[in-house]
Write a protein that binds this ligand. Structure first.
Ligand code: CMP
Length: 131
């Protein structure tokens, strides 16, 4: 997910280009706004965290870009490309280092494992959208 902060600042194209250059195939993509309750469902695992409410308000604050990406070692490679959750700790050249403003408004989300990827893809996309 390209998060609302990055979309708002006009970084969508640059982030897509970096993802493309890194060898990912974009299987599905859509730009849309989500409601706060949709964000709450998506981040359900974080419901007890102190930042949960702010995170869900932020994720529903403007359009974002939802994607399904395919590649060998896609999960590990995307996490490397994104950089650390906190942009202050992210490596030079990573998407978060270049485009994120804070630990919350950190430009991009990627699934952290195959099981979560399956759930997260199913949360935003219907089977017929995955070509
Ligand atoms: P993401 O990879 O989407 O997973 C959970 C999100 O919660 C994370 O990126 C950040 O946007 C946000 N987040 C994680 N830790 C914090 C924190 N300490 N304070 C605020 N937001 C956080």
């Amino acid at each position: 997910i390209i998060k609302p902060d990055a979309v708002r600042k006009g970084h969508t194209g640059a982030i897509l280009s970096q993802i493309d250059q890194a060898g990912f195939r974009i299987v599905a993509i859509k730009r849309q706004s989500i409601s706060k309750s949709e964000a709450e469902g998506f981040y359900y695992v974080h419901r007890e965290r102190p930042f949960f409410n702010d995170l869900c308000a932020f994720m529903s604050s403007g359009p974002l870009v939802l994607m399904v990406l395919e590649k060998d070692s896609a999960i590990a490679d995307l996490r490397k490309l994104m950089g650390a959750t906190n942009p202050a700790s992210a490596e030079e050249g990573t998407i978060r280092k270049k485009f994120a403003g804070s630990i919350q408004e950190n430009a991009i989300h990627g699934s952290d494992g195959e099981d979560t990827a399956a759930v997260e893809i199913g949360y935003w996309f219907a089977g017929y959208e995955l070509i």
